[in-house]
Design a protein around this ligand. Structure first.
Ligand code: PLP
Length: 361
């Protein structure tokens, strides 16, 4: 049984002309739609007070636990305008299941996948005029859950808030699809065995920011992390999984065994690549194998993937004391093909043979 939502439409939605102006070049995560969803959890009442309401600030007591101890998780998926005028999302149930796993790891209450998807659907339906129907545009949906109890003791919160907001999205990286440069983080790690690396929690992002700063300071766009134990196995970027294309038709990605986030995009690419005749492998790859493979021409392309940036080619790897170019610095053929194949399904230009698309309205 799904939870019942009260619905309070916004009395002053953004005028169409201003909304459409935002949709011209939305960038990422800068403007938000007219509505939001919230649901409250307490141990006694469980999930209750589900509401769709006008978008607006949250009023938080300064002692609210999340501000102090970071008990907070989030998700991200997109809604795409389809050629037939409908709006569909990509595998929101997969995000819902991952959200449950993240909740367990952070000692937060689980929300049913049904309610998770219903909450997103409701918001998208209310704000469907914010889903641009041209180019590579979409509506980015951001569900999140946090400890909203005003209490400074250290224990799982007894008052938790789930919310969904949405933001029109254009291309994640300004300037279109061109390879990004990547900084190898040798000092900082993202995740350790037994830690929170496989959970989509706020703290993972906070902990990755200093490495991202180091990347920028060294002239790179993004950072790639190694495993925390041996500091040699390639894990992932701060918010994207990574794939390697070999000259023998192998597509390789590190296995998600606890320290790597299980990306929905990563998972879809495993399937799409196999359909394209690539030999897909999930096995650990040493950063020295990466460097030697590129130098020897065995590794021809490397790309990162995630909901926000879809598929992004990596054109250069740099570290303290060296750097190398990957391929010829352009977007590789396999990278482009996988990216196009994924977008074709998401935008309804290719048949949805895996039942990945969910019709919202
Ligand atoms: C969200 C995320 C990804 C990508 O996951 P998708 O489901 O493909 O968007 C990869 N790595 C990290 C650390 C993430 O938080």
């Amino acid at each position: 049984m799904t939870i019942e939502f009260t619905k309070t439409p916004s009395l002053n939605p953004l005028p169409a002309s201003e909304r459409d102006a935002h949709l011209v070049a939305p960038g990422f995560g800068k403007v938000f739609t007219d509505h939001m969803v919230t649901i409250t959890w307490t141990p006694d009442a469980g999930w209750h007070d589900a509401a769709l309401k006008p978008y607006g600030p949250l009023l938080l007591d300064p002692a609210t636990a999340v501000i102090h101890y970071g008990q907070s998780i989030f998700e991200g998926y997109k809604a795409y305008a389809q050629p037939d005028g409908s709006i569909r999302t990509f595998r929101p149930d997969a995000n819902g299941r991952r959200f449950q796993k993240s909740a367990r790891r952070l000692a937060l209450p689980e929300l049913s996948v049904e309610d998770f998807v219903a909450a997103g659907d409701l918001l998208i339906q209310a704000d469907r005029s914010w889903v641009a129907n041209e180019g590579e545009k979409s509506l980015y949906v951001r569900p999140f859950m946090f400890a909203s109890e005003a209490f400074l003791g250290v224990r799982p919160a007894n008052h938790v808030t789930f919310s969904v907001i949405a933001s029109p999205a254009g291309a994640y990286f300004a300037g279109g699809l061109h390879p990004v440069s990547i900084w190898l983080s040798e000092e900082y790690t993202r995740a350790a065995p037994g830690g929170t690396g496989a959970a989509k929690c706020a703290g993972n992002y906070a902990a990755s920011l200093i490495a991202q700063q180091e990347a920028i300071a060294n002239g790179c766009d993004q950072v790639v992390f190694l495993d925390a134990v041996e500091k040699r196995w390639v894990e992932e970027l701060g918010g994207m999984n990574v794939y390697f294309v070999f000259d023998d038709g192998t597509l390789l990605t590190p296995p998600t065994s606890g320290t790597i986030l299980e990306g929905v995009t990563r998972d879809a690419i495993l399937t799409l690549a196999a359909e394209r005749g690539l030999s897909v492998q999930e096995r650990p790859i040493d950063v020295d194998e990466w460097r030697a493979g590129v130098t020897a021409g065995r590794i021809t392309e490397v790309f990162a993937c995630g909901t926000a940036a879809v598929v992004t080619p990596l054109g250069r790897l740099a570290w303290r004391g060296g750097e190398l170019s990957i391929g010829n610095g352009d977007t590789g053929k396999v990278t482009q093909d996988i990216r196009d194949g994924l977008l074709a399904v998401q935008y309804g230009h290719a048949a949805d043979t895996h039942g990945w698309m969910h019709t919202v309205c």
